[in-house]
Ligand binder design. Structure first.
Ligand SMILES: *[C@@H]1O[C@H](CO)[C@@H](O)[C@H](O)[C@H]1NC(C)=O
Ligand SMILES: *[C@@H]1O[C@H](CO)[C@@H](O)[C@H](O)[C@H]1NC(C)=O
Ligand SMILES: *[C@@H]1O[C@H](CO)[C@@H](O)[C@H](O)[C@H]1NC(C)=O
Ligand SMILES: *[C@@H]1O[C@H](CO)[C@@H](O)[C@H](O)[C@H]1NC(C)=O
Ligand SMILES: *[C@@H]1O[C@H](CO)[C@@H](O)[C@H](O)[C@H]1NC(C)=O
Ligand SMILES: *[C@@H]1O[C@H](CO)[C@@H](O)[C@H](O)[C@H]1NC(C)=O
Ligand SMILES: *[C@@H]1O[C@H](CO)[C@@H](O)[C@H](O)[C@H]1NC(C)=O
Length: 392
C-alpha cells in the first residue's frame, strides 16, 4: 500500500500533477452548497441576486439554442458576423446550469445541456478577421464554465463531445496565439492586454475542463512569464504607494476605461479559476490584481490616481484616458469577496465600486444581457451577489 501511494505521489510531481478539482473553474461544489443553502433560507443578499437571475430571459428552460457551424467575428468581406448567436447561448447555458445547481431541478439541467449539445453537434470553426481570437478567448472561457458545472449531471451523455469541440474548434487558435506571438510584429507588442488575457482565461478553462495540465499551464505561464501584453507586469506595468495603499496602474487605462474594466474582469476570472485549482494567481506579486482593481475603481469613481506615461515599440499612452470613465461591468462582487472578505485585505475602492454596481443593479449584481446588448455586455458572466457573497 505504502509503495503504491509513494509511486502515485512521485508520478504526480514528475508529470506536473494532472489531477484537477471538479467542478473547479469559477465555482466549486462547496460554493454551490453555500449558495443553495442561502437561497433555501431566503437569506440576503443572496436572495436579491437569485431573484434577478431567475428574472433573466436566459434562465427560462424553454430557451432555444441557435447554433451555427461557423462563427464569424470580424467582417472578412464575405460573411456576415454572427458571433452574437454564440455569446447569447453561452449566457443561457451558464444561467441554466446555475439554476440547476441551486434548485437541483433537472428541467434546468436538461435545458443547459441541450444548449451545450446543440453547439457541440454543429460548430466546426471560428472565423472572421483577427477578431476571431476575441471570440475564441472570451466565449471559449465562458462556455467552459457551463460545461464544468454540468459535468456532474449524470444524465449528460455528451460531455466528451463538448470537450472535443473545445479542443478542436477553440484550442488550436489559442495555442497559435501563444506559440506564434513573437512572429506577429505589431500584433505582438501592439495588442492591448485584454486580447492576451482572454486567451489565458480560455487556456486555463479548457485545461481544467479537459483535464489537460499542458494547456492549463500554457495559460498560467503566459500570465506569469509570457511575451505578450497580458503578462501581468505588462498588463499592470507600474505600482505606487499612494494614500496608504498600493495602487497598480493598468496599461489599458491610458486607452479607455471600458477596455480596462474588461481587463479587470478577466484578471478576476483568471484569479478565481486558478485559486480553485490551488494555484493562487490572485496572490501573485503582493496581490497586484487587487492593486489594479483599487486603482481602477478609485479613478472610475471620480478620484485622482497617479499616472506614468506608458510606451513600448508599438503603443504610446502618455495620459490617463477619461473615455468611458465610470464604466459598469459585473465583476466587483468577485473581487471584493475574495480580497476583502476572504483575505481581509484593503479593498476600500473595490468595495465602493461593488456598492455602486449593486445599487445600479437594483440591489444585486446582474449578468449577461443586463449590461447592454452588444458584446461588451456579455464579456463578463456576472451574477456576483448570488455567486460570490461569502457573508450576509
Ligand atoms: C422544475 O422546474 C419546472 C420549470 O420551472 C417546473 O415546471 C417544475 O414544477 C419543477 N419541478 C419541481 C420538482 O420543482
Ligand atoms: C445542428 O446539428 C443537428 C444534428 O446534427 C442538426 O439536426 C441541425 O440541423 C443543426 N443545426 C444547425 C443550425 O446547423
Ligand atoms: C494535452 O494537450 C496537448 C496540446 O494539445 C497535447 O499535446 C497532449 O497530448 C494533451 N495531453 C493529454 C493528457 O491529453
Ligand atoms: C520565462 O520565459 C523565458 C523565455 O521566454 C524562459 O527562458 C524562462 O525559463 C521562463 N521562466 C519561467 C519561470 O518560466
Ligand atoms: C510586481 O509588479 C511590478 C509592476 O508590474 C513590477 O515592477 C515588479 O517587478 C513585480 N514584482 C514581482 C516580484 O513580480
Ligand atoms: C486602505 O486604503 C485607504 C484608501 O487609500 C486608506 O485611506 C486606508 O488608510 C487604508 N487602510 C489601512 C488599514 O491601511
Ligand atoms: C478628458 O480628457 C481630455 C484630454 O484627453 C480633456 O481635454 C477633457 O477635458 C477631459 N474631460 C473631463 C470631463 O475631464
Amino acid at each position: 500500500m505504502k509503495g503504491i501511494f509513494y509511486f502515485f505521489v512521485l508520478a504526480c510531481v514528475a508529470s506536473a500533477c494532472s489531477t484537477f478539482t471538479h467542478p473547479g473553474l469559477l465555482h466549486t461544489s462547496e460554493d454551490f452548497d453555500r449558495i443553495r443553502e442561502k437561497v433555501n433560507e431566503e437569506a440576503e443578499p443572496w436572495m436579491e441576486g437569485w431573484k434577478k437571475l431567475v428574472a433573466s430571459p436566459y434562465s427560462d428552460p424553454s430557451y432555444k439554442p441557435n447554433p451555427a457551424s461557423i462563427i464569424y467575428r470580424g467582417y472578412d468581406g464575405t460573411h456576415a458576423e454572427n458571433y452574437a448567436q454564440l455569446y447569447q447561448d453561452v449566457a443561457a447555458a451558464y444561467v441554466l446550469a446555475i439554476r440547476w445547481s441551486v434548485t437541483e431541478n433537472s428541467t434546468y439541467a436538461d435545458a443547459a445541456v441541450g444548449i451545450l449539445d446543440a453547439w457541440s453537434a454543429n460548430l466546426t470553426e471560428i472565423s472572421g478577421t483577427v477578431d476571431l481570437y476575441l471570440a475564441v478567448g472570451i466565449y471559449g472561457y465562458e462556455f467552459c464554465q457551463a460545461a464544468e458545472i454540468m459535468r456532474t449531471y449524470t444524465e449528460w451523455k455528451n460531455f466528451n463531445r463538448f470537450a472535443k469541440m473545445m479542443l478542436r474548434v477553440f484550442y488550436p487558435a489559442i495555442n497559435q496565439w501563444f506559440v506564434g506571438h513573437e512572429n506577429w510584429g505589431s500584433w505582438g507588442g501592439g495588442v492591448y492586454p485584454g486580447w492576451d488575457l482572454s486567451q489565458i482565461a480560455a487556456a486555463v478553462s479548457i485545461g481544467v475542463l479537459t483535464d489537460n495540465q499542458t494547456i492549463y499551464q500554457q495559460g498560467v505561464n503566459w500570465f506569469l512569464n509570457g511575451t505578450g501584453n497580458g503578462q501581468i507586469n505588462n498588463a499592470v506595468p507600474y505600482t505606487y504607494w499612494y494614500d496608504n495603499q498600493v495602487l497598480g496602474q493598468p496599461m489599458e487605462t491610458g486607452r479607455d476605461q471600458g477596455h480596462t474594466m474588461l481587463d479587470i474582469a478577466l484578471f478576476a476570472a483568471i484569479g478565481q479559476m486558478t485559486y480553485n485549482q490551488g494555484n493562487d494567481l490572485f496572490a501573485h506579486n503582493d496581490s497586484i490584481i487587487l492593486s489594479a482593481a483599487e486603482y481602477e475603481a478609485r479613478y472610475n469613481l471620480g478620484y485622482d490616481v497617479p499616472y506614468k506615461a506608458y510606451g513600448n515599440a508599438y503603443l504610446g499612452l502618455p495620459i490617463i484616458s477619461n473615455s468611458s470613465r465610470g464604466n459598469i461591468r459585473p465583476t466587483w462582487e468577485l473581487l471584493y469577496n475574495h480580497y476583502g472578505v476572504l483575505k481581509g485585505l484593503n479593498t476600500t475602492w473595490t468595495k465602493k465600486y461593488r456598492d455602486m454596481v449593486v445599487e445600479n443593479g437594483g440591489g444585486s449584481e446582474g449578468g449577461s444581457g443586463d449590461y447592454g446588448s452588444d458584446s461588451g455586455g456579455y464579456d463578463q458572466l456576472g451574477w456576483g451577489t448570488l455567486l460570490y457573497t461569502l457573508e450576509g
